[in-house]
Design a protein around this ligand. Structure first.
Ligand SMILES: O=P(O)(O)O[C@H]1O[C@H](CO)[C@@H](O)[C@H]1O
Ligand SMILES: O=c1cc[nH]c(=O)[nH]1
Length: 234
């Protein structure tokens, strides 16, 4: 057990898929894993361990935002020895070429601040995906015939921004989408010598204003889980 994860030693797999939403973790575990067992309920942050094609895998919620993700990723890396962390999340699109339900592989994650900022002081490290996972995810998507967008995203501390000028700036710099966890996940994985990748599904569009209802955000994102599982065990 760790401070925020009630699993016993050995109950968490080395490979963990990390949706922000704990109910998405439950849905994905029931949909994609065999013999899934709930291994964490502390604070309602559900985690499940089962197998996929014979491989042990855990699907665990992170909550919303980098401080929450940081708690779970730190404990998974330090206390449970996890080596591969793949975020499976929703994101808002900045580019006209992206549509609702499109899949994004986050090659890098820009940030204004992260929980690592105080440690890094004046260093602006580029949080990047593990190359092997990124390549494997791209290949898995190609095999499935799922088109993916690969590139830079923004990990924001805010869902509701007062900086309306940011959207135009980010669109102009080719940033694909915004979400709230990946930059810190990539920095923590780099610090601990682990592999990380974020696979995102577009739930709303910052330029056109389109969006998906909450129920869809919880349940209709199966493709990114299938790509994540295939990439993790490639
Ligand atoms: O769908 P999840 O994985 O929670 O990700 C996105 O959705 C939440 C905001 O609605 C933030 O956590 C953001 O990163
Ligand atoms: O953080 C997020 C996630 C989805 N959509 C957004 O606009 N922001």
């Amino acid at each position: 057990m760790s401070t925020h994860i009630g699993a016993r030693p050995g109950e968490i797999a080395e490979t963990v898929l990390l949706p922000g939403d704990p109910l998405r973790a439950e849905w994905a575990a029931r949909t994609f894993l065999r013999d899934a067992v709930c291994v964490n309920r502390v604070r309602g942050m559900l985690g499940f361990t089962g197998t996929w094609n014979g491989h042990r895998v855990t699907i665990h919620g992170t909550g919303m935002g980098m401080p929450s993700l940081s708690i779970y990723a730190n404990e998974l890396l330090r206390d449970f020895g996890c080596r591969t962390l793949i975020r499976v999340g929703s994101a808002g699109a900045y580019q006209p070429a992206l549509g609702l339900r499109d899949v994004v592989l986050a090659q890098a994650a820009s940030w204004v601040s992260t929980p690592s900022t105080p440690y890094l002081r004046d260093l602006h490290l580029a949080p990047i995906a593990d190359w092997g996972l990124l390549l494997a995810a791209h290949q898995a998507a190609a095999r499935r015939g799922t088109p993916v967008h690969v590139g830079n995203i923004l990990s924001s501390d805010t869902f509701y921004t007062e900086r309306d000028d940011h959207t135009a700036l980010l669109t102009r710099h080719g940033v694909l989408a915004v979400e709230m966890e990946t930059a810190e996940l990539y920095l923590l994985a780099a610090r601990q010598g682990a592999r990380a990748l974020a696979i995102l599904t577009i739930s709303d569009h910052l330029v056109t204003g389109e969006d998906l209802p909450a129920d869809d955000r919880e349940r209709s994102f199966g493709e990114m889980f299938e790509i994540a599982l295939a990439a993790a065990f490639a």
